[in-house]
Design a protein around this ligand. Structure first.
Ligand SMILES: [Zn+2]
Length: 258
């Protein structure tokens, strides 16, 4: 699932291709918006908020999209033929570029003034210019009995981290994902680490948390179940965590994380 850094990078690419230009074509391939047409409207910007993408127009509309599990946006030259696919949910094009959204989990057209209805519940954005560590800690601390691994993924606490960054943050800080939030020392340091890790990853594809970009060396624990911990050699474990039906993957070192 794409995490905040990927969404931030996607917003930057969409912004570069669309902002300041009039749309020459829009093609909404979701039933509810089949008749929507933004042709002639000028895109003012694309911004990310947590994992949400907000493409705003001069007429006061916002195209709200979310990548969810496996959505992606591709930006191609306007003149380049794009192979038609049932996976395409939305196309926004101008004279120079076409942005094609595949398998988007959410495609909505709302008034820009109504954006708080879709992003207002989010906690501080790890990649927002208004990142607020104290507020993220306050929200996490409000449920002291909840497992920290689960609380970090709740976008109402802090927005942008997914299973990859949560696993890596907890390893680096030596915290067991099942530890209750109330027993975690250094929540400030933990969320600051998340901010730094996402920030370091936002401007390029892929995730690296070890500082080593060589293939297979990028992560401490994520995706490494059954392989030796890079610090102590203990085999990395993998499990699921979360309420029934919403379990998410966990990777951790049982020796380094307490
Ligand atoms: Zn270890």
């Amino acid at each position: 699932m794409p995490e905040g850094d990927v969404v931030w990078y996607t917003a930057r690419r969409l912004h570069a291709a669309l902002a300041g230009r009039a749309l020459t074509r829009s093609d909404f391939r979701v039933p509810r918006l089949a008749t929507a047409d933004l042709t002639g409207d000028v895109v003012t910007e694309t911004a990310s908020r947590g994992k949400h993408l907000l493409t705003r127009t001069r007429s006061g509309l916002t195209v709200h999209t979310h990548l969810r599990m496996d959505g992606t946006w591709r930006v191609r030259p306007a003149a380049e033929p794009v192979k038609d696919s049932h996976r395409i949910r939305l196309v926004l094009a101008n004279d120079e570029w076409q942005a094609v959204g595949y398998r988007l989990g959410v495609v909505e057209l709302i008034r820009t003034s109504d954006e708080p209805q879709v992003t207002g519940h989010l906690g501080p954005d790890l990649l927002g210019s208004d990142w607020n560590r104290a507020e993220a800690v306050r929200r996490l601390s409000a449920e002291p009995d909840r497992a920290i691994g689960e609380a970090l993924l709740d976008q109402r606490n802090l927005a942008g981290a997914g299973t990859y960054f949560a696993a890596e943050m907890l390893f680096v800080r030596g915290i067991d994902p099942w530890r209750p939030v109330g027993d975690v020392k250094g929540l400030e340091a933990l969320v600051d680490l998340g901010h730094r890790l996402l920030d370091a990853n936002k401007a390029r594809p892929g995730h690296v948390t070890t500082g080593d970009t060589r293939p297979g060396r990028e992560s401490w624990v994520y995706g490494r179940a059954g392989r030796p911990c890079r610090r102590c050699g203990t085999l990395i474990r993998r499990g699921e965590q979360g309420p029934p039906g919403q379990e998410r993957l966990r990777f951790w070192c049982p020796a380094c994380q307490k």
